[in-house]
Design a protein around this ligand. Structure first.
Ligand code: ASP
Length: 321
């Protein structure tokens, strides 16, 4: 054998040896068979959102259409202070919203720090479908929204304004754990063809610095889907989810054979390893695999999620503390 051929061969073998174990560790993916029942899961107790998304799936809409319609229920709800209209403002009194979507082909779209537009998940979908980009931010995102026919409006409700003014008296920034038992809405839908798609939308942490963006609109952190494996969404202290790329991590752990529950627990464990003791912040994960098995786990107890199939149920997740 010529020396050059030998080097090429041995390189190929070495590379093969390095790469192969990953493939062998991956769970064998078997295609779904039989009658697939549409399924919706979403963070927190947003029962109207999950019901609307399930109805959309049962009406034959795609998983993405269902997710965007479902989360819009909360984006339009002025009494929800963590999403869309009525969302708590930043410390300067401005409501700025973040959202992302991901479809079963692995395409995604996101908008960051958008003002005056409440349906930011639909806007993220428009970024994915109508632009050559994945992310638009701030004024660029807002101008694109206006071009697309979204309506600009004041998102700071009288109640949110009063709460912010009260907050200004101490201006103590301490995100609350399980705020009012609702928060960012992250939703995963699986349609009758078994395709998983989802959306994540939030006003972010109350009284954040102007310009702050958390995990929710960042693909891989607030939301990630691999249609062969499953999907995951996050809620809680976005900085900690970002540092561990939580949703991507969960999908990759499921790829390696972990159940959605085990994968969510491992992703929480990664955060706890970096924050010894009992952290004073909350992070919660929700995951669904291709077979429709669902798992959820949080740092502190109190995290609930919706599971909508035959019934639209609120389920309390297990927690580390
Ligand atoms: N994850 C969101 C953020 O950090 C907030 C939340 O879900 O509580 O912006």
């Amino acid at each position: 054998m010529k020396r050059r051929t030998f080097i090429e061969k041995s390189t190929a073998t070495t590379l093969g040896a390095l790469i192969a174990p990953r493939f062998f560790n991956s769970k064998k993916i078997s295609p779904l068979k039989g009658n697939i029942q549409p399924l919706v899961v979403c963070t927190w107790s947003f029962d109207k959102a999950s019901a609307a998304a399930l109805k959309a799936l049962n009406d034959g809409k795609t998983s993405l259409e269902a997710a965007v319609e479902g989360v819009a229920i909360e984006e339009n709800n002025p009494y929800n202070t963590t999403v869309g209209l009525g969302g708590a403002p930043d410390r300067e009194g401005t409501v700025s919203l973040d959202a992302c979507v991901m479809n079963h082909l692995g395409n995604c779209g996101a908008v960051l720090a958008v003002e005056n537009i409440k349906n930011v998940a639909a806007l993220a979908q428009a970024v994915m479908e109508k632009t050559p980009h994945v992310i638009l931010t701030g004024n660029g995102a807002k101008n694109f929204a206006l071009e697309q026919g979204f309506v600009a409006e004041n998102l700071l409700t009288e109640e949110s304004k009063l709460n912010w003014e009260k907050w200004l008296k101490t201006a103590n920034y301490q995100p609350v754990i399980n705020i009012e038992n609702h928060d960012t809405i992250g939703m995963l839908c699986r349609d009758k063809d078994g395709n998983i798609e989802g959306a994540c939308t939030t006003s972010g942490l109350a009284y954040k610095m102007k310009g702050r963006v958390g995990d929710s609109p960042i693909i891989g952190s607030g939301l990630f889907i691999d249609n062969q494996i499953g999907g995951a969404v996050a809620t809680g202290m976005g900085e900690e989810v970002l540092k561990t790329v939580g949703s991507f991590l969960i999908v990759e752990l499921m790829r390696q054979g972990k159940t959605p529950q085990e994968a969510c627990e491992e992703a929480v464990a990664r955060i706890l390893e970096k924050n010894p003791g009992k952290p004073n912040f909350q992070v919660a994960y929700l995951a669904m695999n291709k077979q429709g098995t669902v798992g959820a786990y949080s740092i502190h107890s109190g995290f609930t999620y919706m599971h909508a199939q035959e019934e639209n149920k609120i389920i309390k997740a297990d927690a580390a503390f």
